[in-house]
Design a protein around this ligand. Structure first.
Ligand SMILES: [Zn+2]
Length: 317
């Protein structure tokens, strides 16, 4: 062979892309005819090109399919929105014709918006469908409650709204923290973020109820019962999520925390009841404190056994 393989393999990419001179072409072709090794290299170069082509085509197909479905779902969303508009229009006309001004029409409108938020929004929104749908659903439910409250001359809106918000937070928060753009902010603190959302929604609801019922009647007892319960949730969450122990130890510690905090709840609730007894609240002489503290003791026992078993197993390795 006139030329060595290193030289030819350097030229092969140029030959493959057809950007070399006729002389080089001839040299490469003559060499390949005699050298199976270099022929193999040329074949593999051509294969890579085919692979690239396939990948590109695949991407194009997926892209056009995605665009197609986006257009279709936007169309479906528009049609459904139009269908929703029919009863809205009918009610608008009927309400204007029969009543003095618009009254119950707004309730119909808000009710249909609730339905639309679940059906039309996910079809029409191009990105972040889940979060946008949850947000629009929550907003439309709030609007519906607000309008009904105004229409019925009630003062219950803050309680109903905050209680609904609390329930929706319970359902939505675990999904929202895993979605863009929220997941970029919470990163590895998803559990913590969910707990904070739950606590905030709960406190808001309690405040709204307190404002409606009257702070003085509501708060001493509500605080006595709610605070230990919230602390219980946080304690179990912190133990399960952040302690680096085996499952038995975590279970035992959780039981202990629940026992102790139930005891505190019992004490606080009894104290609150005694201070309210003048206002007619029946005071129970029964105290579950010893039972709660025994439960705490059992928890410590389980945690201790779990710890020892874990150590024994670890020592054997
Ligand atoms: Zn060669």
């Amino acid at each position: 062979m006139k030329y060595n393989c290193d030289l030819i393999s350097d030229l092969l990419p140029l030959y493959k892309d057809d950007i070399c001179s006729e002389t080089t072409k001839k040299i490469v072709e003559e060499h390949i005819a005699e050298c199976p090794d270099c022929k193999k290299i040329l074949n593999s170069l051509n294969d890579v090109t085919i692979d690239e082509k396939i990948v590109k085509e695949k991407e194009q197909v997926i892209d056009s399919q995605a665009k197609f479905f986006k257009r279709k779902s936007a169309l479906a969303g528009s049609i459904i929105a139009l269908i929703f508009a029919i009863p809205i229009l009918v009610c608008l006309i009927v309400n204007l014709a029969t009543g003095a001004g618009l009254t119950w029409f707004f309730i119909v409108l808000a009710g249909i918006l609730v339905a639309a938020s679940l059906i039309v929004v996910p079809l029409m929104v191009p990105e972040n469908k889940m979060i946008t749908t949850m947000g629009s659903f929550t907003a439309s439910v709030m609007l519906l409650l607000g309008i009904i409250c105004i229409y019925s001359h009630g003062n219950w809106f803050p309680v109903a709204a905050s209680a609904t918000l609390f329930g929706l937070t319970l359902c939505f928060a675990p999904f929202i923290v895993y979605r863009r753009p929220v997941n970029a902010y919470v990163k590895n603190f998803k559990g913590l973020a969910i707990m904070c959302a739950y606590t905030a929604a709960f406190v808001l609801m309690m405040l709204c109820i307190g404002l409606l019922v009257g702070m003085k009647e509501f708060f001493p007892m509500a605080f006595a019962v709610a605070m230990p319960l919230v602390a219980m949730c946080w304690a179990v969450f912190a133990i399960v999520r952040y302690l680096r122990f085996n499952a038995a130890v975590k279970t035992g510690l959780s039981i202990t925390a629940i026992g102790i905090l139930s005891g505190i709840l019992d004490l606080l609730a009894n104290t609150a009841a005694v201070s309210e007894s003048a206002t007619g609240v029946v005071v129970s002489s029964y105290s579950s404190l010893p039972i709660m503290l025994s439960i705490g003791g059992v928890g410590i026992l389980i945690a201790g056994i779990g710890f020892l078993v874990g150590k024994f197993k670890g020592g054997k390795k």
